[in-house]
Design a protein around this ligand. Structure first.
Ligand code: SAM
Length: 268
């Protein structure tokens, strides 16, 4: 558990403006609903707002389960007890409200699902006023697990339409790999999420992993999809390699505007 500020996460800082670039939008329309994992600083919402993806009439669905006992305290660095974790969750959720209100969002346009993302059913989303999601940035930074895929297939698929845009950040290195045996076929497109030049063997593996993750999500989306942005990266210090990518649906798609350059995959 930590804070995703620009100093600790320089790659994320570089990715947000690229991800929300309006030139890469399906249609030049402001999203009426925006689903996200903003964390305490809400930097993704701030960037989407700055770029006109959303405005203060947009209804924000913020997902935040909070840390758990055993996670590291973001400020003090100690291992959190259940009490610390609960207190930290309260702080994060309060901070989300404060930051969103400071951007100009009225209280009625802010909804916080303070539980695990995969517990959020399509019925619950409809009940909360999010039966149709125009834009989602599911920046969980966790592994693409079988549970996530099941949830995405059963619930997320019911709230998207062919004009939606969905972006994700997944961890692309861990033992639990839902995509492990999800091999690419010869005629599958290969997206250049990274430029595998620093360390050919390792970075080719990352490229392959990233393409498998994207394919697994695309194959479980009810629409024909195009990846319109994508990039692999690793933040400095002790952290895992990640990938961020964005999908658009339907026809008349923009071309892929992803990275030609891996961000700091140097394992420093
Ligand atoms: C990487 S941070 C988000 C950073 C933010 N999007 C930004 O651009 O600065 C991910 C946040 O989502 C929460 N989160 C991650 N996985 C989640 C899940 N499965 N359910 C609910 N919340 C989750 C984490 O607790 C964390 O606060």
């Amino acid at each position: 558990m930590k804070t995703w500020d620009n100093k600790s996460c320089p790659s994320k800082a570089q990715i947000r403006p690229e991800l929300f670039a309006t030139s890469n939008r399906f249609k030049k329309k402001t999203a009426k609903t925006f689903m996200c994992n903003p964390a305490d600083l809400c930097l993704c919402v701030t960037e989407a707002f700055k770029q006109g993806i959303i405005d203060t009439n947009t209804k924000i669905l913020a997902i935040e389960k909070g840390p758990k006992a055993g996670d590291t305290h973001p400020k003090y660095g100690w291992v959190m007890t259940t009490y610390d974790a609960k207190k930290e969750k309260v702080r994060i959720i309060k901070s989300i409200y404060t930051k969103l209100k400071a951007l100009g969002f009225a209280e009625e346009n802010i909804t916080i699902w303070d539980r695990e993302l995969v517990r959020l059913t399509a019925n619950e989303m409809r009940r909360l006023g999010f039966g149709s999601i125009d834009y989602a940035y599911l920046d969980t930074c966790s592994c693409l697990t079988p549970d996530f895929i099941k949830w995405y297939q059963r619930h997320m698929n019911k709230v998207i339409n062919f004009k939606s845009t969905i972006a994700f950040t997944f961890l692309i290195s861990r033992d639990v790999r839902a995509w492990k045996n999800y091999k690419l076929k010869d005629n599958d497109p290969i997206y250049i999420f990274c430029n595998p030049l620093q360390n050919f063997k390792r970075d080719m593996k990352k490229l392959d992993d990233a393409n498998q993750v994207a394919k697994l999500i695309m194959d479980n989306t009810k629409f024909k999809t195009t990846v319109t942005y994508g990039r692999t990266y690793k933040e400095p210090g002790i952290s895992q390699p990640m990938m961020t990518f964005k999908l658009n649906f339907g026809w008349k798609q923009k071309n892929f505007s992803g990275s030609k350059k891996t961000l700091n995959l140097g394992y420093n």
